[in-house]
Write a protein that binds this ligand. Structure first.
Ligand code: G6P
Length: 619
């Protein structure tokens, strides 16, 4: 949530900050700003709206400055106007900060600072951080000695020790025109280390253009970058040594590459992304799956009595598919929990319980909190994560990376199919160790390996799906219905449509329709049925007829070659034949395309949907 970028080097900071903010815009885009250090002062430009609006008000003089901080915001405290936009400058005019996260005790701190005569101008929690650092900086002699450290760093440490809540911060002080400080608790922060230049950012996407070498800060750590390099400490002033890591993706992976939107690019990447995700892991000859990241935990997984998936949003839907897969192939009881609920419950985590967090970004605050809660209760916690080196990837005991490259579109697509692919692999491997024969495992692996090549036939129907979206574009309420393995996909289809087209949609297990939602059906309301070949096909045909009889508009996703269903459907989309348990990786794709085309037809900004953010790093 929100994007932070800061630069210190020999080049002009302003264009680098703007370019970096554009790369981070998918994380938040309601207001933006930068602060540059110049001639002993801090120059701030900020505005409501997108980075494009910020560019309009930039000052050419900024092109000579070599130190600056920037921010693109997703509002938590205070409406997204210019005053509330970051950076925030303290009352002495010396300190500027950009912040991701939430200061939970901001109102107590604000009251105290006010009593000390500090005037506030915004409604943000972040302004408290700027004033607090400024106040401590100003009163350092009274506050105590700062033995050998520079006063700026001391003030930052003292302030951060008083903050409750989460932060990813970039901070500058006009008295130190060649020092940049970053600090982290709960929100990601990475320092890109180039040749004589440093880019501090909340996301590697803003760094890769300049360098692929980086350090990843852990919670309660800070980095001070100065003319002689950088050093890392805890916010309690204990020196920590961090290894330089290689950022594992390249610039072309985060560019549009001829597509109109990142979401469309990512939908079309799925044959490749799924092949990469599974490639090297499927051993068809031996009927085994190699999951190197969790090799040390396979025994524990095999003996598990209970597996809990914790996730949010689209990842939650992947978890539901995973639950069915584990039950079916490995006969292990599994359940999927919303991480936001799990973290506040009193979950039963006994001997043999394993928790698996699923997260594209690896930064979702609720999922991270669920991981921490499960660890506190003594569970082994594994992760299924896309972003390498992300907080969840580092906090879990071990994990499986998706390896699908960066996902920029706010609405998750290729991460979903890869999460399901990873869960399929896990279920086959555990199944082989617990329940099914090696021959059966080998057959499943063969079928799984063929999924990526089947996706092309679905992508070829993109124009046809666009026509279906166009024919129903005036409808404000949609239903998505599936059974068995396709029930979570129905939930995901409805979520996709809501997220980017702002059309109200509900996803349901098809049989539940009769317990209420059927009352909604009238006047050509679109109902999208996942009626692919499988054991419940006849049942879903019954559900289609029930909706048809009540005047619903029937959109069907069926298996290729099913001619019988044509007469029951107003619109038909087909997928290649595949075993029911692997169909979610296919049936999700037409629903992604349907949502995409509906959003474009309605004129929405697909990659930056209203009110959403790619990674929800606040509770
Ligand atoms: C946000 C995104 C969703 C995503 C969810 C969970 O809501 O907009 O696309 O599914 O967060 O994110 P995660 O990174 O944990 O998978």
């Amino acid at each position: 949530m929100c994007g932070i970028v800061a630069y210190l080097g020999r080049k002009a900071a302003q264009p680098i900050l703007i370019e970096g903010l554009k790369r981070l815009e998918y994380r938040g885009y309601d207001s933006a700003g930068i602060a540059l250090l110049r001639n002993g002062g801090i120059f701030v430009k900020k505005t409501s709206g997108r980075i494009g609006a910020l560019e309009q008000i930039l000052d050419k003089a900024g092109n000579a400055d070599v130190l600056g901080i920037g921010h693109t915001r997703w509002a938590t405290h205070g409406e997204p106007n210019t005053i509330n936009a970051h950076p925030h400058v303290d009352y002495t005019g010396k300190i500027a900060v950009v912040h991701n996260g939430i200061v939970e005790n901001y109102s107590t701190l604000k009251t105290w600072l006010r009593s000390e005569g500090v005037a506030f101008v915004s409604q943000t929690d972040t302004e408290v951080i700027a004033h607090l650092i400024g106040y401590l900086y100003h009163h350092h002699d009274e506050a105590g000695a700062y033995g050998g450290q520079n006063r700026f760093e001391w003030a930052v440490q003292q302030a951060l020790q008083k903050l409750h809540g989460t932060f990813g911060l970039a901070i500058v002080c006009s008295d130190f025109p060649d020092v940049l400080i970053g600090a982290k608790r709960g929100s990601p922060l990475i320092l890109g280390v180039g040749e004589g230049e440093y880019i501090l950012a909340s996301d590697a996407a803003a760094i890769v253009e300049h360098t692929t070498r980086a350090i990843y800060l852990s919670d309660n750590e800070m980095v001070t970058v100065g003319p002689d390099g950088f050093y890392t400490k805890t916010i309690n002033n204990v020196v920590v040594t961090k290894d330089l890591k290689e950022i594992e993706f390249s610039l072309d992976q985060i560019e549009l590459g001829g597509f109109e939107h990142h979401m469309l690019k990512e939908i079309f990447e799925q044959p490749d992304s799924l092949s990469t995700c599974m490639g090297g892991r499927l051993d068809r000859q031996c009927g085994k799956i190699k999951l190197g990241g969790i090799a040390d935990y396979l025994r524990e997984l095999t003996q598990a009595r209970h597996i809990i998936f914790a996730a949010c949003g689209t990842a939650f839907h992947a978890g539901l598919v995973g639950e069915f897969l584990l039950e079916h192939l490995a006969r292990v009881p599994a359940e999927t929990e919303y991480a936001s609920e799990f973290r506040y419950r009193n979950p039963i985590i006994g001997e043999g319980t394993l928790v698996i967090a699923i997260s594209q970004s690896g930064e979702t605050a609720d999922t991270l909190a669920a991981v921490e809660q499960a660890k506190e209760r003594g569970a082994t916690v594994l992760g299924i994560v896309n972003v390498v080196g992300s907080t969840i990837a580092r906090t879990t005991d071990a994990g499986i990376y998706l390896h699908v490259g960066p996902e920029i579109g706010v609405a998750s697509t290729k991460a979903f199919t890869a999460q399901v692919a990873v869960l399929s692999m896990l279920a086959i491997e555990l199944g082989r160790r617990r329940h099914i024969s090696s021959d059966d495992a080998a057959r499943y692996i063969d079928e799984l390996a063929r999924i990526p090549e089947k996706i092309g036939a679905i992508l070829d129907q993109s124009d046809h799906i666009r026509e279906i979206a166009a024919a129903n574009i005036d409808k404000e309420n949609w239903l998505f219905l599936g059974r068995g393995f396709n029930y979570p996909v129905a939930l995901e289809g409805a979520l996709k449509l809501k997220e980017i087209s702002y059309i109200h949609a509900e996803g349901l297990p098809a049989a539940e329709m009769k317990h209420g939602p059927i009352a909604l059906i009238a006047d050509g309301m679109p109902a999208v049925f996942l009626a692919t070949a499988g054991p419940q096909y006849d049942k879903i045909i019954g559900n289609i007829e029930e909706v048809r009889a009540r005047g619903g508009r029937i959109i069907v996703v069926a298996t290729e070659g099913n001619d019988e269903i044509r007469e029951r459907a107003d619109h038909l989309i087909t997928i290649p034949d595949a075993p029911e348990l692997f169909q979610p990786m296919l049936t999700a794709i037409p629903l992604q395309l349907l949502a995409y085309h509906a959003a474009v037809l309605r004129g929405h900004d697909v990659d930056k949907p209203r009110n959403l953010a790619k990674s929800v790093t606040v509770e």
